[in-house]
Design a protein around this ligand. Structure first.
Ligand code: ADP
Ligand code: MG
Length: 327
């Protein structure tokens, strides 16, 4: 790519400074100082056009989301973010596109004090792959394998909004409502798809109280199934207790909402388990983190994930391929 160095220079100009970056963009590799007495936490997620974001997504939203989905993984580990790298594949050396991408990327990076310390820029189908690095106190990382029978199951935020936005575009697991919905609700749902909020402050606070955590990227029940498997427990979810946003309630009826909230994905909320004795501390931590949390189920002996509706009846998704969540 002839303009590769121009593009890299545009990226370098937008990078946040940190004292622990001894050498950032410009050499063969970055040189970073991990604080004494901390463990390094590393995660990587790629976003591919048409797979992880709809074609036509604004470049600033792609930039935001590429970092957000990675910070969400650090949040789910209870880690404090520090650095990231970016492998960018672009169909052409489009400087205006890159500047817009960087607007979204840098906005989120500065919110969380994350420095971009290196990467790779190549020609190819549109794709952004980010690696994030963060720190955690030794032994304090929130893992998937720590859930215990007797724990409560919690979720942050209002799951289902991102899947609802996809459904409104004809890309979701349920049809868009025939009646059409108002522009304000559509915009609110679309914002949740394009600009997910990584729950960093909540994840940090949870590290002291939760037994297990995961971020919801593939769908709440599917992700909780990972926790159940890793922990060797059964998870029961009260599907009608999942908190729904006003926009979701405006746009979809109860049946569609269950499907979107339990199975939708792309939420980047935290699902976690903690003992009932921690309820008060969790509520206080959530308030301090300015993030709503809700108790949505419990951990028992056994395996798998079971969902129940408000009458206590087993709820299974009508969507094919979900049998393994049924009880
Ligand atoms: P090399 O050939 O040594 O890998 P490159 O020409 O690929 O070097 O990159 C030059 C410098 O720019 C390196 O420090 C690299 O980390 C950085 N860099 C390249 N692309 C990106 C990117 N998309 N984001 C951040 N840094 C990048
Ligand atoms: Mg390189």
């Amino acid at each position: 790519m002839p303009a590769e160095f121009d593009l890299i220079e545009r990226i370098r100009r937008r990078v946040l400074a940190r004292g622990d970056v001894l050498l950032g963009i410009g050499d063969d590799a970055a040189l970073l100082q991990v604080p004494a007495g901390r463990q390094l936490v590393v995660a990587m997620d790629a976003l591919n056009a048409g797979v992880h974001f709809p074609h036509g997504t604004a470049p600033a939203d792609i930039g935001w989301k590429a970092l957000a989905v990675n910070l969400s993984d650090l949040a789910a580990m209870g880690a404090e973010p520090a650095w990231c790298t970016l492998a960018l594949s672009l169909p052409s050396a489009d400087a205006a596109w890159l500047d817009a991408f960087l607007d979204g990327f840098a906005a989120l990076a500065s919110l969380h004090g994350v420095a971009l310390v290196g990467g790779d820029t190549t020609r190819g189908p549109l794709s952004a792959c980010v690696t994030v690095h963060g720190f955690v106190e030794p032994g304090r990382a929130l893992r998937r394998d720590g859930a215990r029978p007797g724990d409560d199951v919690w979720v942050s935020g209002t799951p289902g909004d991102a899947a609802a936005a996809l459904a409104l575009m004809g890309l979701g697991p349920v049809p868009a409502p025939a009646s059409g919905i108002d522009a304000q609700a559509t915009a609110a749902l679309r914002a949740r798809l394009d600009r997910p909020t990584p729950r960093i402050a909540l994840g940090r606070a949870l590290a002291a109280h939760a037994h297990a955590a995961i971020d919801v990227s593939d769908g709440l029940l599917a992700d909780l199934a990972h926790v159940a498997r890793a922990s060797g427990v059964r998870i029961e979810i009260d599907v009608d207790r999942l908190p729904a946003s006003a926009a979701l309630r405006t746009a979809f009826d109860a049946d569609a909402r269950r499907l979107l909230q339990a199975g939708g994905g792309d939420d980047y909320e935290l699902a976690f388990t903690a003992p009932p004795a921690a309820r008060g501390a969790l509520e206080a931590a959530a308030t301090a983190a300015d993030t709503a949390i809700a108790r949505i189920g419990r951990v028992t002996g056994g395996d798998g994930v079971v969902a129940r509706d408000a009458r206590g009846l087993p709820w299974t998704s009508p969507r094919a391929g979900w049998e393994h969540f049924g009880g």
